[in-house]
Design a protein around this ligand. Structure first.
Ligand SMILES: Cc1ncc(COP(=O)(O)O)c(C=O)c1O
Ligand SMILES: N[C@@H](CCCC[NH3+])C(=O)O
Length: 417
């Protein structure tokens, strides 16, 4: 069931026409379907029902507090990568024992805050980080649960900027060095080795890289268990892709079947850090056509959202669906959908066949729930846009549009400048 559907010619989120929300809050804005978020979490979790597992939603994909709270209400934990994400996790009352902490550059302060909070484990990405966590834990009189993030050197066959599990990536510890680092971790008094972790990339649309990575990781887990390490958790990261255009990623059920098969008999609790698959297709960016310009070489549909609001097309050349949201439009044009920012890279779609939009039309940019708002910026002194959550017929403004005062918050003009 898709919770973004047309009723007559009006695109609706659950029960609410998007044009009504546009009237209420103006454009642009992000809108999320509560029902879709809930369904995605339930579908993912029930696919793994037959094995012990914990879902740690990856906050970076969409960190809005209402989104996080929705997942907490369904029993999820979180994958965090910064002190700020820990703060958000705490704000929504996440059980700290369901938090894992990933990232190559955790600072001492962030490590200390996570230890004080009592998180489940650190996914450690370098030998030096082991020493730092050990030292910070010692100072605080705590024992830190750790897994090593192991880099299995598998090609995830995705965009190079979001491939993480190959030798040349900055992430994780090479699998060939892992055993040695595990032994070192075991010798450090303030660490407790409880897991193995691996995340090979994002927007994966094939099962085979996951399967290949698991085969390598499985061997490591077995070796560690033979050496007497009590590996309780196997964290397989996130990365399952979604359909933006014509991709056909594995379903959560297919993904689960392959993973359950590949990890059978290890006697561990599986941890997952899904991000995109939870939120990507649960959100849209809604924008309005400011001008239509017919150039000599190209047509341009100039909208009020820009690359600062949704960076993915500019950054990765990625595809986001473009739909008419408030009327039936006859005919199509080939055009670029562009924003007001002073860069030629400011586009939401390029050379795309889209409805023949006119000035004032409402445009829905699809699949924008993941890495949309969280990657937005104030470039060109543009205010961050509102985020709306719809639950049945209820419209909840879960983040207000920034004000001009918000834009300059924290800046000062020194006396006598
Ligand atoms: C360590 C880690 N876990 C989880 C995720 C979430 O990935 P995705 O949104 O592709 O599920 C990422 C991002 O790729 C990540 O770096
Ligand atoms: N920002 C990326 C995903 C990054 C994954 C981070 N681990 C995207 O929009 O596709």
């Amino acid at each position: 069931m898709n919770h973004f559907q047309y009723r007559n010619n009006d695109l609706c989120c659950e029960e609410v026409p998007l044009k009504d929300i546009a009237t209420q809050v103006g454009t642009p804005f992000y809108v999320y379907s509560h029902a879709t978020l809930s369904r995605h979490l339930e579908t993912f979790s029930s696919a793994f029902a037959e094995v012990p597992h914990l879902i740690c939603y990856s906050i970076k994909a969409n960190s809005n507090l209402a989104v996080l709270k929705t997942f907490v209400n369904h029993g999820a934990g979180f994958d965090i990568v910064s002190g700020g994400e820990l703060f958000r996790a705490q704000k929504v009352g996440c059980d700290a024992a369901k938090i894992v902490y990933s990232g190559v550059g955790k600072t001492e302060t962030e490590i200390a805050d996570a230890l004080q909070a009592g998180i489940l484990m650190f996914n450690v990405e370098s030998t030096q980080e082991l020493d730092t966590i050990n030292a910070v834990a010692g100072r605080l009189g705590k024992k830190a649960g750790i897994a090593l993030r192991v880099n299995p050197d598998v090609d995830p066959q995705t965009h190079p900027y979001i491939s993480t599990g190959m030798k040349k990536a900055k992430f994780g510890i090479n699998i060939s060095q892992a055993l040695e680092d595990y032994r070192r971790a075991a010798s450090l008094p303030n660490l407790e080795v409880i897991g193995v972790d691996c995340h090979i990339g994002s927007q994966l649309t094939k099962l085979s890289p996951f399967v290949d990575a698991i085969a390598k990781i499985r061997e490591l887990v077995e070796n560690l268990q033979q050496e007497g390490f009590a590996i309780k958790y196997l964290d397989l990261g996130g990365g399952l892709g979604i359909t933006y255009d014509a991709e056909q990623p594995p379903s959560p059920a297919d993904y689960a079947r392959a993973i359950i098969e590949g990890t059978r008999g290890l006697g561990v609790t599986l941890i997952f850090e899904p991000g995109r698959v939870m939120v990507g297709n649960a959100g849209m960016l809604i924008t309005r056509v400011l001008y239509v310009k017919k150039g000599e070489a190209k047509n341009f549909v100039i909208v009020d959202a820009a690359m600062n609001d949704l960076t993915r097309p500019a950054l990765y050349g990625s595809y986001q669906g473009i739909q008419a949201a408030d009327r039936s439009i006859d005919g199509t044009i080939i055009a670029d959908v562009v924003g007001p920012i002073c860069e030629s890279g400011d586009f939401l779609a390029q050379d795309r066949e889209i409805p023949a939009f006119s000035q004032g039309d409402l445009v829905a940019v699809a699949s924008a729930g993941a890495y949309g708002f969280t990657m937005s910026s104030n470039y060109n002194s543009r205010r961050r846009v509102p985020e709306i959550m719809v639950k049945n017929d209820k419209v909840m403004v879960v983040r207000q549009r920034e004000t001009y005062d918000d834009l300059i918050k924290g800046e000062t003009i020194p006396e006598g400048l």
